[in-house]
Design a protein around this ligand. Structure first.
Ligand code: LMR
Length: 396
């Protein structure tokens, strides 16, 4: 039965974790996957999460099936976070939100729904994009192409190219956009450029799918989510996937969501009914624990304030590590101006290193980043930074 089955390549991001785990180098540093570690190199268990879990343990509940679309309070909290609890889309009831298995789950539920809705649409992702975007939309049955984004020559964004590609896209094309903290480059377009993107999406009748996996890691929750308001103001219907993996440090709980902004409450009801079919036929209904934790934190004012404080601390530490990386590389003898690292935002730095250099970093020094040169700055700390800088300096 399986004689013709070929060995698939390792996942370009999660596959690195397997390689890292098997590496016996005691100095190894994992800058591959997008995970935040504290200054002691530990994965944080946020205090707000611990407080919510304590409350849950004090009043233990049996675990029946959740509704197909998840915990109602969770879905409401996601809507509030994405659109604003008092915003017109939420109060008018025209947002369909479903709890999903992480941000990836939100993308896949949206992709499967879109495939039924418009099977011949093409998907455009940024060049480059999160490695899994292409694979996920391809596996959902779409032809995936890209729009220009990163400009290696200027270490910035080829915005003219991006806009031209959006303007050349046929009506109905699904455009995957990173709402903030672009993965992998760390370069976001400006507010004024977002206005132009929104106008192009509208003028060309494109379908925007905003991936918001890093809200709070750029400039703040409101600042990073501001782009949503621009799409709402333009009167567009669009998709938003949400992830709490990073912002709650709940990677393994797979807590995410999908929100679809519709024309009316009645339309949102029909869309929701279809999203539920996608979920039911894939994994039936989501798990309880992570969603309960997030809903409780977002709905309890003291816990929410604590979460925002803890999220802010993660954001500030990442920014400090960016500066330390720039200074450390200089001190380690790198002649090239690496200050672009502090202009990037979010968890990643697109270092500009080649695949060969990244492979050398891995094999000779146990420093893991992706082949594309992406490094997770959120995994740097005061103990590993010098080693990482010295290793990079040796391969440059
Ligand atoms: C990443 O890009 O490293 C993260 O989004 C984790 C993942 O699932 O790939």
């Amino acid at each position: 039965l399986f004689t013709a089955v070929e060995m698939a390549p390792r996942d370009p991001i999660l596959g690195l974790n397997e390689q890292f785990a098997a590496d016996t180098n005691p100095a190894k540093v994992n800058l591959g996957v997008g995970v935040y570690y504290d200054d002691n190199g530990k994965l944080p268990l946020l205090e707000c999460v611990q407080a919510a879990e304590k409350q849950m343990m004090e009043a233990p509940k049996a675990r029946g099936y959740l509704p197909i679309d998840g915990i109602a309070a969770y879905d409401a909290a996601v809507k509030g976070l994405v659109f604003g609890a008092d915003s017109e889309p939420v109060t008018s009831g025209r947002v369909a939100t479903v709890q999903c298995i992480g941000g990836t789950g939100g993308l896949k539920v949206g992709a499967d729904f879109l495939k039924h809705l418009n099977p011949n649409a093409k998907v455009l992702i940024s060049d480059p994009s999160w490695e899994n975007h292409r694979a996920l939309f391809t596996n959902a049955g779409f032809t995936v192409e890209s729009y220009p984004y990163y400009d290696a020559a200027t270490r910035g964004i080829n915005f003219a190219g991006m806009l031209a590609a959006l303007n050349a896209a046929p009506a109905g094309t699904i455009v995957v956009l990173h709402a903030c903290c672009h993965n992998p480059t760390g370069y976001d377009i400006t507010a004024a450029q977002w206005d132009e993107v929104v106008a192009a999406v509208k003028a060309n009748n494109l379908v925007a799918f905003l991936d918001m996996a890093y809200q709070g890691f750029g400039y703040g929750l409101a600042e990073d989510g501001a782009v949503i308001g621009k799409f709402v103001a333009a009167g567009l219907n669009f998709f938003v996937s949400t992830s709490f993996s990073k912002s709650f440090s709940l990677y393994g709980e797979r807590v995410g969501g999908l929100s679809v902004l519709c024309e009316s409450k009645e339309e949102a009801g029909r869309v929701l009914s279809q999203l539920k079919i996608v979920i039911r036929t894939n994994y039936s209904n989501p798990p309880i624990h992570g969603g309960m934790v997030v809903a409780m934190v977002l709905d309890t004012p003291e816990l929410r304030a604590l979460w925002e404080k803890e999220l802010g601390e993660m954001r500030v530490r990442i920014k400090a590590m960016r500066q330390k990386l720039v200074d450390g590389l200089k001190a380690a003898g790198v002649k090239e101006d690496m200050s672009f690292i502090t202009k990037q935002i979010g968890m990643f730095s697109y270092s500009g290193l080649s695949k060969d250099q990244m492979v050398r970093l891995r094999n000779e020094f146990g420093v893991y980043g992706t082949d594309t040169g992406r490094m997770c700055v959120a995994a740097l700390n005061s103990k590993n930074i010098d080693y990482v800088c010295a290793s990079i300096a040796k391969v440059i």
